[in-house]
Design a protein around this ligand. Structure first.
Ligand SMILES: Nc1ncnc2c1ncn2[C@@H]1O[C@H](COP(=O)(O)OP(=O)(O)OP(=O)(O)O)[C@@H](O)[C@H]1O
Length: 321
C-alpha cells in the first residue's frame, strides 16, 4: 500500500506538487494522468525515494520513506521496480547481463541467479533472446527486458513512467497485457504514469488526475471516466491531437433517452454511416421515470456531414463541442 499525505514539492522555488493526498492499495493498477508538466513523473519518483520532497509523507507498506537513512533507502528501493519510456538498457551488455545488473547494484546475495534470470525471462516471454544485445531487439522486446530487469529483485511495486508511449499500438497492447499478467500472477502493485487514456482504460482499476501539481480527482477509473468527463477533456484532446493535430474534431452528443429511445444510436451510427468513430466517454443516469444519457464521440472532420445526417434522421439531440 502506498499512502501519500499532503505531499508538496518545489523545484527552484516553483511549486510542482501541492498538497497531494493519495492512497494506492496493494494489487491496484493505478493510473496517474494529466497534461505535460502536471507533475506525474515527479510524484512517481517521490514514491520510490528517487525524488525528495519539501513536506508531507510517503508511506509504503508502513514505511515512512522520508525517515529512512541512505542505507535504508537503498534497501527500500531494491523492492520497487521501475520502467521508463526509453527502456534505459545497458547497450553494451547482453539481455542476461542487463537483468543481472540490479543484483550487482544492490549487492544481492540471491541464490540460483541463473535460474531466476531464466524465470523472469520466461515470464516476459523472451527466453530465446538471453544472449543478444539490446540493439538486436525491437522496442517491445527492449521493454520486456526492462520489465524482467525490474522484476529480478522480486519487487512488491512496479512504477511505469510512460512505459508504452514509444511503442506501436499492437506492441503497446502486448506490453499492457504483460503488465496485467504481472499484476494478476505476482500480485505486484503497479503505478502507471501516462498521457494516454487508452492505457488507463485498458489496465487501470483506479486513477488520479493531476493538473498544475494538484490532484483534481482520484478513485475508480471507471467512475472518473463516466462522471467527470469535463476534467479529462483537455487531456483527451491532447492524446488524440498528438497523432494528427489538424484533422480531428470532437462531437459531443447529448442524448435524452426516454422509454428506451435512441439507446441503439451508437450501433446505428456505425452501421448506417460506416464511420469509424472513437467513443470517448459515455454515461447513463436513471431518473424517476426515465433514463438520460450523454455520449461523446470523436470523428474525423470530413465525416461530420454523414454523422450529422444520421443523427438528424433519428432525431437525436446533439451539439458540437
Ligand atoms: N529536475 C528538475 N528540475 C527542475 N524542474 C523540474 C525537474 N523535474 C521536473 N521539473 C518541473 O516540474 C514540473 C513537473 O514535471 P513532471 O516531469 O513531473 O511533469 P509530468 O506531468 O510528468 O510531465 P510530462 O508528461 O511532460 O513528463 C514541470 O514544470 C517540470 O519542468
Amino acid at each position: 500500500m502506498i499512502e501519500i499525505r499532503n505531499l508538496s514539492k518545489t523545484f527552484d522555488g516553483k511549486q510542482v506538487l501541492q498538497g497531494i493526498d493519495l492512497t494506492i492499495d496493494k494489487g491496484d493498477i493505478y493510473g496517474l494522468v494529466g497534461v505535460s508538466g502536471a507533475g506525474k513523473s515527479t510524484l512517481l519518483r517521490c514514491m520510490n525515494g528517487l525524488e525528495s520532497f519539501d513536506s508531507g509523507d510517503v508511506i509504503v507498506d508502513g514505511v515512512h520513506i522520508n525517515r529512512l537513512n541512505k542505507k535504508e533507502l537503498r534497501y527500500f528501493r531494491s523492492g520497487v521496480g521501475m520502467i521508463f519510456q526509453q527502456f534505459s538498457l545497458l547497450e553494451r551488455k547482453t539481455v542476461y547481463e542487463n537483468i543481472l545488473f540490479p543484483l550487482k547494484c544492490f549487492k544481492s546475495k540471491m541464490n540460483n541467479v541463473d535460474q531466476r534470470i531464466r524465470e523472469v525471462l520466461e515470464l516476459v516471454e523472451l527466453t530465446e533472446k538471453i544472449d543478444v544485445l539490446p540493439r538486436q531487439l525491437s522496442g517491445g522486446q527492449k521493454q520486456r527486458v526492462a520489465i524482467a530487469r525490474a522484476l529480478i529483485m522480486n519487487p512488491t511495486i512496479l512504477l511505469c513512467d510512460e512505459a508504452t508511449s514509444a511503442l506501436d499500438p499492437n506492441i503497446k497492447q502486448s506490453i499492457l497485457e504483460l503488465l496485467k499478467k504481472i499484476n494478476r500472477e505476482l500480485g505486484i502493485t503497479i503505478v502507471v504514469v501516462t498521457h494516454e487514456m487508452s492505457v488507463v482504460k485498458g489496465i487501470c482499476n483506479k486513477m488520479g488526475v493531476l493538473s498544475g501539481g494538484k490532484l483534481k480527482a482520484a478513485g475508480s477509473a471507471q467512475d472518473i471516466f463516466l462522471n467527470m468527463p469535463d476534467l479529462l477533456d483537455d487531456f483527451m484532446g491532447e492524446e488524440n491531437y498528438r497523432d494528427d493535430t489538424s484533422h480531428h474534431q470532437k462531437i459531443k452528443l447529448e442524448i435524452i433517452q426516454r422509454n428506451g429511445e435512441n439507446d441503439d444510436i451508437l450501433s446505428r451510427l456505425a452501421i448506417e454511416t460506416g464511420v469509424k468513430f472513437e467513443l470517448v466517454w459515455g454515461g447513463l443516469s436513471k431518473y424517476s421515470d426515465s433514463i438520460a444519457g450523454a455520449l461523446m464521440i470523436r470523428i474525423h472532420d470530413t465525416e461530420l456531414a454523414r454523422i450529422e445526417a444520421c443523427l438528424d434522421k433519428h432525431r437525436v439531440e446533439w451539439r458540437k463541442v
